[in-house]
Each structure stands twice: as structure tokens, then as C-alpha cells.
Design a binder for this molecule. Structure first.
Ligand SMILES: [Zn+2]
Length: 324
């Protein structure tokens, strides 16, 4: 146990080595994360190999987490790592008690409040919040704007780079930091690399959409995560420029996603859900399911807190299926 990513026999993972002195002779503070309860704490480097979690394994309290970069300017790399997290968490969850925000601060050596403020500042740049003129977030930095601009101009490049930078910090790989199922990948080689790149981009889109909608289907309100899909309004293959555009997405349950994909469902530009009348005719023994699917006809979408769907893309989808 001597580098980021290593895990001891008590399931405590080494998040980051620091140069701050610990309380043992010659010991430095290492930051550990409990893989059982996600608690993050400082440990003497000398104890890390056998350390137990202060919270769920009743070990002694941890040492304070060093914040040695507090007060220093944020680098481009730090901004991009923060942006990676901004992409994954719902707007309403950007606060100092969120374990993911606490982890970001620990990785970067910054105070939790500073990490939380950085994420809120990204939200400031979100077109939706700009339109609503959210106040109190005026004190953003140039670095945030630059990363936001890069993301808007080259989202695929930034999605990959943010995953790479975070993985390098954590001693992990990009498959792990983007929750890609490794069983699903070809063996190592050129083909695998291409597939991983594609999956990282898809995962970025999925996380962005699901978190924008607060992990809730925008038609039914369903919150069961395994059943939620980040649907493209205009399909991936058809519109390269809008592949990772979060305004080209809807968070849907698997059945409405399929109906939307097949043109059996569409959404009017004023966000009213429409279902094809011929769906009803197609019923047989599956009557109940079809009636449930149809019962959302005429309802208004449950809109996200940011990245509202683009009405012109909704119209394009409807038009493609000859609905308008
Ligand atoms: Zn624990």
C-alpha cells in the first residue's frame, strides 16, 4: 500500500499521498477513503496498511485532511477534474455535505467549501441559469469560463480528457471512473481502446442527462436508476455536433425510451408528451402495459433544473417521424 488506488485488507483505499507531517515519528498524512461507507479521513502513512474506518469500523478518529492547495489559483487540470464531477451530480446536490464534493476537495487538497463553490460557479455558466439570472455566483474565474467554452466547442475531447485526468489522480483507469462495465469490453488492443473511448463519451452524456433530471424519468417521474436511459432526441449516429449536447437528451424509463426511439412517442416543442394513436390498436394481451404507456399522452414533461431539452431538436425528432 503505497500509491493512490491501493486498498488495504479492511477495504480502506488510498486516495492521495501528502507531504503534510502526521502524528507518528516521520509519518506523512495519507488520505484514505472507506469503500464501505465512503468516509474520507487522514491517516499516518505508517498505519495506512492496517487502518480501519473511524466511522463504520469503530477505529480511532482520523487526522485532519490536508488542504495544502487552499488559496492557490486553480489550474486548468483542477478545473477539468471539477468539471468531471459537475457533470455527474444534480444541481441541487452541490453542497458541502455531499460525499462526492468532499472527495473532490480531498483529491485536490482544497477546502470542501472551495470545491463546492467551484461547482456552483460552473452552474453559473449554464445557459439555463444564465437565463434565470441566478445571483450570488458572480465571482467566477476565467479558468471556469475557459473549461466551459472548451466543453461547448469540443465536448468529446473534454469528456475523454476529464476522465483521463481523474483516473490518473486516483491511480485508476478511465473505465472505472466512468462506471463502464469492463465485462462488456473486447480484450486489450486497438479495438478495445476505440470501444472504451466511445463508452466514455456515452457515459459522460448519460451522467449529464441523468443528473440534470435528478435521476427521474421526465415522463413518468420514475426514479428507479437501473430502468433509466439517457435518450438522445436526435440520434447519436445522425447528428455528430449534438452527440454530447446535454440539450439533445431526455431522461426516460426504458419503455418510453424505446417508444421515443421508434417514433411511437414524441414531444411537442412546448414540452407536451404525445403518443401515437396506433399504439392502442397494437394491443393484444399486453393491454394493461400499453394503456399505462398511453396514459401520459398530453402530459407536460418534468423538466430538469439545467440543460432543458432544445425545442428545435424535439421538433426535428417529431418531424423525422412525420408527426408535425
Ligand atoms: Zn467506513
Amino acid at each position: 500500500m503505497n500509491k493512490s488506488g491501493d486498498i488495504n485488507s479492511n477495504r480502506q483505499q488510498l486516495l492521495r499521498l501528502t507531504d503534510e507531517p502526521g502524528t507518528d515519528h516521520n509519518a506523512k498524512v495519507w488520505i484514505l477513503k472507506c469503500l464501505q461507507c465512503s468516509d474520507i479521513y487522514g491517516s499516518n502513512g505508517t498505519d495506512a496498511w492496517e487502518r480501519k474506518c473511524p466511522k463504520c469500523q469503530k477505529a480511532q478518529a482520523g487526522l485532519p485532511i490536508p488542504t495544502e492547495r487552499d488559496g492557490l489559483d486553480w489550474t486548468r487540470e483542477e478545473h477539468i477534474i471539477a468539471f468531471h464531477l459537475y457533470n455527474r451530480i444534480p444541481f441541487g446536490s452541490i453542497h458541502m455535505r455531499n460525499p462526492e464534493v468532499i472527495e473532490l476537495a480531498a483529491i485536490l487538497g482544497r477546502k470542501v467549501g472551495s470545491a463546492s463553490r467551484k461547482l456552483a460557479n460552473f452552474a453559473r455558466l449554464d445557459p439555463f441559469h444564465l437565463e434565470r439570472n441566478v445571483h450570488g455566483l458572480e465571482h467566477g474565474s476565467k479558468g471556469e469560463e475557459e473549461v466551459w467554452k472548451e466543453f461547448t466547442e469540443c465536448p468529446e475531447t473534454l469528456a475523454l480528457e476529464s476522465a483521463r485526468l481523474l483516473a490518473a489522480r486516483l491511480g485508476s483507469n478511465i473505465e472505472q471512473v466512468t462506471d463502464i462495465d469492463e465485462f462488456d469490453l473486447p480484450p486489450p488492443g486497438i479495438e478495445r481502446e476505440a470501444v472504451v473511448k466511445l463508452r466514455v463519451k456515452q457515459s459522460f452524456f448519460r451522467q449529464r442527462i441523468l443528473s440534470a433530471y435528478d435521476f427521474r424519468c421526465c415522463v413518468t417521474g420514475l426514479t428507479s436508476r437501473p430502468l433509466l436511459i439517457a435518450s438522445h432526441i436526435v440520434p447519436w449516429a445522425e447528428d455528430v455536433a449534438n452527440r454530447l449536447n446535454p440539450r439533445n437528451g431526455l431522461c426516460l424509463n426504458a419503455l418510453h425510451d424505446k417508444a421515443f426511439d421508434r417514433g411511437l412517442m414524441w414531444v411537442d416543442p412546448d414540452f407536451i408528451v404525445r403518443l401515437a394513436p396506433n399504439l392502442r390498436e397494437a394491443t393484444d394481451e399486453s393491454k394493461q402495459t400499453i394503456e399505462w404507456l398511453m396514459s401520459f399522452e398530453g402530459k407536460r414533461l418534468l423538466l430538469p433544473n439545467n440543460f432543458q431539452p432544445d425545442s428545435s431538436l424535439l421538433a426535428k425528432h417529431a418531424l423525422r417521424h412525420h408527426k408535425i
